[in-house]
Structures are given as C-alpha cells and as structure tokens.
Design a protein around this ligand. Sequence first.
Ligand code: SF4
Length: 473
Amino acid sequence: MREPVPTGARDECGVFGIYARGEDVAKLCYYGLYALQHRGQESAGIAVSDGRSILVSKEMGLVNQVFTEARLAGMDGHLGIAHVRYSTTGASTWDAAQPAFKVTPSGSGIALAHNGNLVNTADLARELGAAGDKCTTDSELLATLLARDADVSLEESLARTCAAVRGAFSLVVLDETTVYGARDPHGVRPLVIGRLPRGGYVLASETSALDIVGAHLLREVEPGEIVAVDEGGLRSRRYAAATPHACLFEYVYIARPDHRLAETTVYAARRRMGALLAAEAPVDADLVIPVPDCGTAAAAGYAEASGIPYAEGLVKNRYVGRTFIQPTHSLRELGIRLKLNPLRDVIEGRRLVVVDDSIVRGNTCRQLVAMLREAGAAAVHLRVAAPPIRNPCYYGIDMATRAELIGSGLTIDEIRDFVGADSLAYLSLDALVATTRRPKSSLCRACMDGEYPIPVPGEQVEAGKDVLVKLRR
Ligand code: SF4
C-alpha cells in the first residue's frame, strides 16, 4: 500500500533568491540567509547557477556553521536561491534540507526552496504515483511536480503547479538561467522583491535580507503572482486571482521588527500593539518591562501610552536561539533559564507590567513569572500583545496541538492562575488587526479566531496533524 506524504514534515522557513551579474552571488545568498536565520535554525542551503549548470550545497546547522569562505568560494554563478529551515517534526535530516533539486526529462536542473505548508500533499503524491511515494517534504513534492513536465517551460510548469497545490507557499525556484518567485493566492507567507543598485533583483522572505545585501524594496510579490528574473530583467504573470490573507502572527512574533511592508514596519505595528494594550488593559504599576526580544517594542509602546517608566528587567543571552524554534522537549524546558536572567536591582520591590508577544502553551510564561517573583517583584501584571492562541496553524507555523494550546482549553482567569500572575490581559483581535494597517479581511487570524482562509481537509486534522505538530513553547 502506498504511504502518503507525511503530513508532519512542515517548515517555518526563510527563502532568498538573487539574479545579479558581476556579483558574488553565493556570498550574497549567505548574507541574505544570515538576516533570515531567525526563521529557521536547523539547516541552511544555497543553490547557484552560472548559466550552464546548477550547484547545490546544504547542510544541517546554522548559516555560519554550514558555509565557510572556502565552501562559498567554490560556488560560482550569477543567480542563486537559498533557504533556512526549521522542521516541525520528524525529518530533521540532511535529505529534508533545502533547496530541493530535481532533473527534468529534458535534462535541465530545478532547485526549489519553500516557506509554508501545503494541505493537499497526500492527493498530489497520489497523482504523482511512484515519484510521489519518494517525496518526504512539501519542497520535494513541489520540485517533483515542476520537473515532471517535459513539454512546457519551467515558467509554465510553475504556473500549473501553483494552481494545483493548496495551502500556504512562498517559493523561490531556479533553473540554469532564471530565478522565479511565487506566492500562494492568499499570500499567507511573506515574499518581497528588491532591486540592487548596480542592477539585478533580490527575492526574500523579509526586507532585512534586502537591506543586508544593499537592495532597495520594490514591492511584495502579490498573492497569486509569479515573478521571473533573467537576462531580460523582471517580469510578472498571474496564475490565480488574489484573495489576500497574510499571516497576522508574522506581525506579532515571526518577522524581525525591521521587516517593512507598504502599510507599516513590524516594529511600528508592535509599538501600536503596546499602546493599544495600555488603553485596553491599564494597571497601577511601577515599571514596564519587556520579555525580550519580541515583547520589547510592545513594552515601549505600553510604557509611552501609560506613562509608567520603562526598564529592562530581563537580560537575554543572545547566543541561545528562540525557545520557539528549539526542536526537542528537553531543550524547551531548559529554554527560559538558558535564555533569560532577571536583573534583581531593577525588579526588587517593584510592581511590574511584563509585556510579552504571545502565550502559546503557557509553560515558559509560568517559569518567567516564578523567576521574577524569586527576584523580588512585588507584583507581576502580565500583558500580552496578541489575543489568546486557540487553534493550531496549518499554514507553516509550528505552534502546538490544539490540546496543548493553553488558550484553547482555559479561560483567561484560569490561565492567570496557571502562570501565577497577579493579573493577565490580552490585546483584543480588533486592536491587533488595527496595528497592521490592513483590513481584517486581508489577514489570516485562524490561530486566534478559528476562521481558516484555506480549507484544511478534515482527514488531515483527524489523522493527527494536531498530534504531529510539535510544541514550540
Ligand atoms: S493560523 Fe495563525 S500562525 Fe498560521 S498563518 Fe494564520 S495567523 Fe499565521
């Protein structure tokens, strides 16, 4: 009996693509990945082409562990794509690292890097037959779909494939001569285009990766759009009508604060989250402190709006990755102590407003409150810059199973008791939406309000996708 593509091999990833004649493209890919490291810390990979052949190099580890000067020096080319990966379950292996690579029946190569999560992988694998059986990740499946068409160009095959797959995907794809970018019709995961000052184009999950290579932001790749960059410049085609539903959680937690969109920067949105939180949930306190780093901008916004002084009460060890992105349970348990240390002389005897970006499982939060009390806090009032996370994500963000999401099973009073805070308040969904400057209808809010913009097959939920997705914190 044929095994379907495992539904658990899901990524929260960062992608990068570049076409730039006369530049050291492999090194620019490296810098781009460096700026996107927060989106995936398990593996890193780069594929480059010199116009005749494609070279792929990928390995498990952080970007600066995987790529040495010598390794990059052997990668000549003027176009490239790159990827950092976080696997949400199972296949944390070299085979699952990206870019994926396939050869078409006509003998050309295709490299592909993917951020997101497909929801009809089992159907697509069945359609592919024996070739689908061998696919263990969405990216491999997508590359196999692209490579099977001998009779059409890669651009045409990409349009067909994007129209056939369901779910969230932001892709960068490379053949010997062209770099492509594509985004699902809902535009759930981000993808932007930038232009290099000496000519050439860059595609990236976030604008920080444009900044680091000196590219200026042109625009987002539109939902339902394919862009292609080659010797002739940049061109665009639409394979589906846009029905935008950008991920709201990118604003809250995933994206770097310096990520810029037409409507706002993520930093400015987070400041507004804090200001609105102060208006919705005021409290009599002595100090506002952030949970670094994601709570920092919101805490500054809360302090400014409330008039309560802001201070850094927690020191973060910057060399420990996000607890959100640690793959094993034991590491997550250690995470809070590895990562944060309270400043007793700031905290002792003070009534604190502690601003965090979100609460997923509640365990980290509980440890944090206990740690602050041990350091002498007179009161801990927890303020959260997002509504309760009540539902799992099927579109590429690894959160928790529904049963493990503390916001799914408990009331706010019960959560307050569980984490041990003196008071607890969340930002309302409407206020959070307002901080993005986008209409509510153009945002995916499913983990908060349960309205999934892309139908998730019941079989996937019932078959245990909830169980396969690992906890982040
Ligand atoms: S369910 Fe939540 S995390 Fe997933 S895409 Fe939607 S808003 Fe983002």
